[in-house]
Design a binder for this molecule. Structure first.
Ligand code: ADP
Length: 265
């Protein structure tokens, strides 16, 4: 809170009043501070791959290109860094679209369990062989009013984390539970887990438990922040539970209707 004082003084010199204007600057300053932090983070996130690429390209230009033993791996590094930068810029564009005032969802009624099963089927075909998928998805039809592309991205972000952090032979479990007016969707893995004190922070932009590990795995630190904004835009909630060394479960809710809306009534 900031206070501005104006003294009301008569020509005679007597002070006969004091006007105090109180501004609630805390909220505004917080937004400003967050914006500064965000720009600093973006700059840092872009500088890291660029400086890595510069040093590898310099080494190649200085003669490493002639060395068949190392040139391919140096080029591979620059390629991976480029891919990660493209992902980062795409994620940033996605967030900036969601931040804009006229952001709208392209929603439609979808039978969630059919939609979820199809998505898992597609991922099951391209997953690592050592990881197994297990589903506990009821046969009932839950109709949700969702933007399919957005919820696909939410699920993709969560499942790709589960895959990235899973050990060899790990299981990823998909569940859908009825919670009266909402369904709870959960995705569990048997990976490294997340320390309790960091559980809420993982939904913040650029927050990572282990920066170096996330970068090595090609992460941008924005996947869960995007997922959270999308779920909130759908009227749902998202949270995580985790036991270090045992695994992580990400939960989110979506409001549903048991019967599809009857347009003829
Ligand atoms: P990233 O691109 O780094 O994966 P995310 O926003 O998707 O960014 O996730 C933020 C951080 O949360 C990750 O860097 C990681 O530390 C942690 N995290 C997310 N999902 C999992 C998981 N399934 N197991 C362990 N840690 C996870």
């Amino acid at each position: 809170l900031r206070a501005n004082f104006s003294v009301i003084q008569k020509e005679t010199g007597f002070v006969n009043g004091l006007i105090t204007v109180l501004h609630d600057i805390t909220e505004q300053e917080k937004i400003e501070e967050e914006r500064r932090e965000f720009v600093a983070n973006v700059s840092h996130e872009l500088r890291t791959p660029l400086t890595t690429m510069r040093s590898y390209l310099e080494a190649l230009a200085e003669g490493a290109w002639k060395d068949e033993a190392i040139a391919p791996s140096f080029l591979n590094v620059t390629q991976n860094e480029t891919e990660r930068m493209i992902r980062l810029v795409n994620d940033l564009l996605q967030l900036s679209k969601m931040d804009s005032r006229d952001y709208k969802l392209k929603s439609g009624w979808v039978n969630f369990n059919d939609f979820f099963n199809h998505l898992i089927d597609r991922l099951e075909m391209s997953k690592k062989e050592t990881i197994t998928f297990k589903r506990y998805i009821p046969k009932e039809s839950f109709f949700v009013d969702i933007d399919e592309d957005k919820i696909t991205q939410v699920l993709y972000n969560i499942i790709s984390n589960a895959t990235k952090y899973s050990p060899e032979g790990g299981q990823i479990t998909f569940r859908v539970k009825d919670e009266e007016k909402s369904i709870i969707i959960s995705i569990s893995d048997e990976g490294v887990g997340i320390p309790k004190s960091n559980l809420e922070k993982i939904f913040e932009r650029f927050y990572r438990v282990d920066k170096a590990r996330s970068r090595n795995l090609g992460g941008t630190g924005l996947g869960l922040a995007i997922a959270k904004e999308m779920i909130v835009a759908h009227g749902g909630k998202i949270w995580a539970k985790s036991v270090e060394g045992k695994g992580t479960t990400i939960y989110f809710t979506l409001p549903y209707e048991l019967e599809q809306e009857d347009d003829w009534s």
